[in-house]
Ligand binder design. Structure first.
Ligand code: URP
Ligand code: ZN
Ligand code: ZN
Ligand code: ZN
Length: 471
């Protein structure tokens, strides 16, 4: 097996930083060595990567992406091939996508079908959550089976999207009770979809059809109310661990914070779009431009305190994880389905390539430390979802590594850095400090010198264990 030494860099973990060399043997980390000690031990690596002046961090773990997701009459634009390659370009070496059961479908069959779609297509390692959209005896039995035998240990449910993914409170409670028994984690899309549909119908009847009304019809009260309800249901269901996805609003964050202070097993994630983008600067752009930024939960007003509060939540661990909810749709033929009716715009935006870059900007701006960047983007998502060999640089862990150049800069945009299958960029014109230098996936270099050198099919399915905060 071949060995690689990444030398001269500063290794950053969730708990500290030190000058160290990283020795890789085959697909695993073999040792973290004091600078120069490889030579003293007589180790001659087959390959040496010079990381002088650079940070050496675990490969990113994006625990919330949607490749080829059927939604709103179309399918999200990145498939497992293009989307996982874009992830690699962004220093992300593990993605967690979803198998999706909706009404009438068999859970196990939806998971099997997702395996067929992804197998042989991925450039980085991947895992699955299971969406439960039809709770019945068969799907409940299947949930237990997935946890015990399939390495799928988390389930996403929806309080939004009636008629598509929506489950009512009774169905949610039953699924939560099942997860509580098996040790699984429940993920919740927390928005009151029944109330939202009333507001949407009223808005359209008023002639308020532009993209910005997507946010006005999904007010933060309906995110925080659903967050609160999910927390209470989880408590009733034996305090099952609950993970609120794509949190966008201050009030919803307060619900999570309160639950955590009460000792409940409640976790939450946010996404870069909720830290940087807003109604005023993006969703409310003239004409149909704002459709690019239609996603749920929606972008909020920059004149309120959401951005500031979400950064604070990340610092204070009220928000444990940053994911992207990568769900890209092109303007042409996809977002355009909602011309004249915002409710028909497919929900989602793309960002799997930019999470490490955008959250590093939090370090530059003084919103978080380097360690917290690694923790929220690499280590905690791995621990949260039972990816036992991911998210850390330690002997025995998979050799998934990002060498990061803090002196470089990255210009994001359709004619600049952009490898996702989208005809626009959600972050067009963003110029950020820092740059992806070299990326390794299980010991193999996949990005170097601004060149992609990985391969489709290199990425393997990873069976996950249970959440590592509670088990
Ligand atoms: O707008 C979004 N978030 N689209 C993806 C599906 C979901 O709700 O996560
Ligand atoms: Zn079984
Ligand atoms: Zn969602
Ligand atoms: Zn999502």
């Amino acid at each position: 097996m071949s060995t690689t030494l990444i030398q001269g860099g500063t290794v950053i973990s969730a708990i500290g930083r030190r000058e160290a060399d990283v020795l890789i043997d085959g697909e695993s980390i073999a040792a973290i060595l004091a600078p120069g000690h490889a030579g003293a031990y007589g180790i001659v690596a087959d390959r040496v990567i010079d990381a002088t002046g650079k940070y050496v961090v675990p490969g990113g773990v994006d625990a919330h992406v949607h490749m080829s997701l059927p939604f709103g009459g179309t399918v999200s634009a990145d498939d497992f091939d293009t989307g996982s390659r874009a992830a690699a370009w962004g220093g992300v070496t593990t993605i967690v996508d979803f198998a999706s059961q909706t009404v009438g479908l068999d859970v196990r069959e939806t998971l099997a079908a997702r395996h067929v779609e992804a197998e042989g297509e991925c450039h980085v390692d991947y895992a699955f959550h299971q969406i439960i959209g039809d709770v019945n005896e068969t799907s409940l039995e299947a949930m237990t089976h997935l946890v015990e035998h399939e390495g799928v240990t988390s389930f996403k449910m929806f309080m939004a999207y009636p008629g598509v993914f929506y489950s009512d409170d009774g169905q949610i409670l039953r699924a939560m009770q099942n997860a509580s028994e098996s040790g699984a984690l429940m993920m919740m899309h927390a928005e009151n979809g029944i109330a939202i549909d009333v507001l949407v119908a009223q808005s359209l009847a008023n002639g308020d059809t532009d993209p910005k009304y997507h946010s006005y019809t999904r007010p933060e009260e309906l995110e925080s109310e659903a967050t609160h309800r999910a927390i209470k249901l989880a408590r009733v269901a034996g305090n099952v661990p609950l993970y609120i996805v794509h949190m966008s609003a201050s009030e919803a964050l307060e619900e999570v914070s309160r639950a955590q202070h009460m000792g409940l097993n409640v976790f939450a994630e946010t996404c870069p779009q909720y830290l940087y983008l807003s109604i005023e600067d993006h969703l409310a752009q003239p004409g149909f431009e704002g459709a690019k930024w239609v996603c749920s939960t929606p972008l909020r007003s920059k004149h309120e305190h959401h951005h500031k509060d979400l950064w604070k939540g990340l610092r204070m661990n009220e928000l444990a994880v940053v994911s992207t909810d990568h769900c890209p749709f092109c303007m042409k033929d996809q977002k355009e389905l909602g011309l004249g009716d915002f409710s028909k715009i497919p929900n989602g935006m793309g960002g799997v390539e930019h999470r490490m870059e955008l959250i590093y900007q939090g370090v530059v701006m003084g919103e978080m430390t380097l360690e917290r960047w690694v923790e929220t983007c690499c280590t905690t998502p791995a621990r949260m979802f039972g990816l036992e060999k991911k998210g850390v640089l330690e002997p025995g862990a998979d050799a998934d590594v990002l060498v990061w150049d803090p002196n470089g800069t990255t210009k994001i945009g359709i004619d600049d850095k952009h490898h996702m299958a989208m005809d626009h960029s959600s972050y067009e014109g963003f110029q950020v400090d820092g740059k992806v230098d070299t990326v390794l996936s299980r010991g193999r270099v996949i990005v170097e010198n601004d060149t992609y050198v990985g391969a489709k099919g290199h990425g393997k399915f990873v069976k996950r264990g249970l959440n590592q905060y509670l088990h």
